[in-house]
Design a protein around this ligand. Structure first.
Ligand code: NAD
Length: 329
């Protein structure tokens, strides 16, 4: 592999533009081409040397090392598979697919092509989550038996496609719950035993038959693990939350607890504290420029010649839990 991977960026909306800028500023990759059907989005992109296209097909002919995908969620599977089949490594926004079946198909294509597949599970790369993992791995928490994970986005998404189930794959559960389920599985390290949930839209429960047709804006789920541990998950869009966002990931064990919380309603600033009895100690606090860290990690691995990594299989387990949250009522 050459020193600087040759990258294409597909989808230059809110997150795609941010991630592209971060890679450009890092100087760790060569941004060869951009694609988005929106001429405006292409024009705005401050990467003058990059070729510009309005669809994926021409990108696939450019001898790219990697493709960064940040398009509406329903497109991730088809676009990832098209690139992976050409042996182009992929870094895709979450959710990798709308269902576990889609996610498994993408991962199988990456495995067969033996190329690196990454997902923007960006919260994993915060210092705050790293501090929880360190506390858990050091034994300071003892055996984990309970967790409480929350992600309320009191604005809700401002793009129409998020509210269009075939394009988004669902509402706040697939959008925000994906991060929470990922963190729960990462820390609990146990297969699932059972999942139950309640989903709402506009304050009304959603009938089971309408799952993923009506886009939920509030959800509570309980995840029971084979180990006996349990986790409670709550997420929403447009909740009367009294602040922009409420984000929490708290894990409780026999010996201690570790709790990530957002500061003053921020989407970006987190603290993690270690709890022991009634005392607490700060483990992580801002500043922490974590946003592009997952992508830059993938870029560095690509530059070092990394091929398919089965670690990405954890996305199938996450997607199975998301499927269960949608189906369990
Ligand atoms: N990792 C995270 O924490 C995180 C945060 C925000 C968004 N996301 C994910 O990123 C994705 C994009 O979200 P967003 O908020 O940036 O949306 P967005 O609507 O701002 O951007 C989507 C872009 O994709 C473009 N697009 C549409 N169809 C396309 C096609 N066929 N080919 C190429 N481009 C196409 C649109 O023109 C738009 O510019 C979603 O899947 C979302 O879930 C992840």
């Amino acid at each position: 592999m050459k020193k600087k991977p040759r990258l294409g960026f597909l989808g230059l909306g809110w997150i795609g533009t941010q991630r592209m800028q971060a890679v450009a500023e890092s100087g760790r990759a060569e941004i060869v081409a951009l694609a988005d059907p929106s001429r405006e989005a292409l024009k705005r992109a401050a990467v003058p040397q990059a070729q510009r296209f309005q669809s994926l097909a021409p990108l696939l002919k450019l001898d790219l090392d990697g493709l960064v995908i940040a398009t509406p969620s329903a497109l991730h599977a088809e676009q990832s598979i098209a690139a992976l089949e050409q042996k182009i490594a992929v870094f895709c926004q979450k959710p990798l697919g709308r269902t576990a079946a889609e996610v498994a198909k993408i991962i199988e294509t990456a495995r067969q092509s033996d190329v690196l597949l990454g997902i923007d599970l960006s919260y994993r790369f915060t210092q705050a989550v790293a501090a929880i993992c360190e506390a858990a791995n050091s034994g300071a928490l003892g055996r984990l038996y309970a967790a409480n994970l929350v992600f309320h986005n009191a604005y809700g998404p401002d793009k129409k496609w998020f509210y269009d189930a075939p394009l988004s794959g669902g509402g706040c559960v697939i959008d925000l719950g994906t991060h929470l389920v990922d963190l729960a599985l990462l820390l609990m390290k146990s297969p699932m035993h059972g999942v139950s949930s309640r989903l709402f839209r506009g304050g009304e429960p959603i009938a089971p038959a309408k799952t993923r047709c009506e886009v939920e804006d509030f959800a509570i789920a309980r995840l029971d693990f084979a180990s006996g541990a349990t986790a409670q998950i709550a997420c929403s869009w447009n909740l009367n939350a009294g602040q922009d966002a409420v984000i929490e990931a708290s894990f409780y064990g026999e010996r201690g607890g570790a709790s990530l919380r957002n500061l003053k309603g921020s989407f970006c600033d987190f603290t993690t504290e270690l709890f022991q009895g009634t005392s607490r100690r700060m483990l992580a606090e801002p500043p922490d420029a974590w946003g592009p860290r997952a992508l830059l990690d993938w870029v560095d691995r690509l530059a070092a010649g990394a091929r398919f990594d089965c670690e990405v299989n954890s996305a199938i387990e996450v997607a199975k839990v998301i499927d269960a949250i949608y189906q369990s009522r």
